[in-house]
Design a protein around this ligand. Structure first.
Ligand SMILES: *Cc1c(COP(=O)(O)O)cnc(C)c1O
Length: 364
């Protein structure tokens, strides 16, 4: 079986983790600080604040804006459910723009249509590893004095016109086991704003500014040195990992380009894609479940990220803080998307095997 993702950590990770275990300093300490410095450098942000997962990164980032009940944020309907859950956890009301097929991310014009006098922030999602259109989104945010919080959980090191995602506003990243960079569970928040960084550091540590000096009702959002040790060696190898993912994506696109009706993902001009996922849209009318099952029979793993717009589940249907809108592009994309293996652990010949299987199943 060629899996959609594989976690394989090497001897450098084992050595670094062992170092932490032997140090006796296993909670948040110097290795978390090292991770923050290294990640801030990767993204090009002044500050990076590590937290315990990507969802809490989003919750903390939204909480740092100091919203009032009824304040609204606008996000993408085509994302992992965590984006929506974090917004609700932070106490905001959510509206949804639609997406564009080209980058699977927020369509800036659709965002404009959702702005009300309660809107406080836009939360673009850099889905699959490619930046949203941050030029247009930043312009709309500036025009309406809105904050930007970026969900970069899948886009570590992605760039838009040379600028790292996570530097257009407050950036939120996940280090879950299967993300491009991992700590098992982990998150980080990036910002150029000294005050927001300071607030986030206090918030993640029980609201404590100095010992027993509590300036807010905070939380325990801390990451541990044990977890940070897992990612430090991965940062050393990240450029090579991205090279491999880019080469795999290019090879898949070359081998699949002549299949009628199959929509292939592309890196748009001015953007640096980090290929967390390689996601195609099946030709109209193809039965996706049957396609996925046939691929599995041929030994190819695949994934559906994501099968429906996030608001389209019963548990959110009657909530006053989840305001639905028409999202025809997201509806269509969610119904046709399939992600194929693109990761750095593919073996020689795997790309050929994957492409041949896709071709064979679609020809039936
Ligand atoms: C993974 C992910 C998250 C949540 O991160 P966790 O670390 O799993 O909490 C949020 N948004 C998107 C788009 C993700 O892919």
């Amino acid at each position: 079986m060629i899996p959609i993702s594989t976690v394989r950590l090497g001897p450098a990770v084992e050595a670094k983790v062992l170092e932490v275990i032997r140090s006796g300093n296993i909670a948040q300490g110097p290795v978390v600080a090292e991770f923050e410095n290294r990640f801030a450098e990767l993204v090009g942000a002044r500050h990076a604040v590590a937290v315990n997962n990507g969802t809490t990164a989003l919750v903390a980032a939204i909480q740092s804006l100091g919203l009032e009940p009824g304040d609204e944020v606008i996000t993408s309907p085509f994302t992992f459910i965590a984006t929506l859950n974090a917004i609700l956890e932070a106490g905001a009301t959510v509206r949804f723009g639609d997406i564009r097929v080209e980058d699977f991310a927020l369509d800036p014009e659709s965002v404009r249509a959702q702005i009300t006098d309660r809107t406080k922030a836009i939360i673009p999602v850099h889905l699959y590893g490619q930046s949203a259109d941050m030029k247009a989104i930043s312009a709309i945010a500036a025009e309406h004095s809105l904050a930007i919080i970026e969900d970069g959980a899948q886009a570590h090191g992605a760039r838009f016109e040379g600028k790292g995602v996570g530097t257009f506003g407050i950036g939120c990243f996940s280090f879950y086991a299967t993300k491009n960079l991992t700590t098992g569970e982990g998150g980080i928040i990036t910002t150029d704003d000294d005050e927001i960084a300071a607030t986030l550091r206090i918030m993640r540590n029980q609201g404590m500014r100095a010992r027993y000096e509590y300036v807010m009702a905070g939380h325990n959002y801390r990451l541990t040195d044990l977890q940070a040790a897992v990612v430090i060696p991965q940062l050393d190898d990240y450029a090579a990992l991205l090279e491999t993912r880019r080469a795999n994506a290019a090879a898949l696109s070359e081998k699949l380009s002549d299949i009628e009706g199959l929509v292939l993902p592309a890196q748009l001009d001015g953007r640096e894609h980090v290929w967390h996922q390689y996601t195609v849209l099946l030709p109209q009318g193809v039965d996706r479940e049957a396609f996925v099952a046939s691929l599995a029979e041929l030994g190819i793993g695949s994934g559906i990220y994501y099968p429906k717009p996030v608001y389209d589940y019963d548990t959110y249907r009657d909530r006053a803080d989840v305001i639905r809108s028409e999202t025809p592009v997201a509806d269509d994309v969610a119904a046709r998307c399939v992600s194929l293996p693109v990761h750095q652990h593919l073996a020689d010949g795997d790309i050929d095997t994957i492409a041949a299987a896709v071709r064979q199943v679609l020809a039936r």
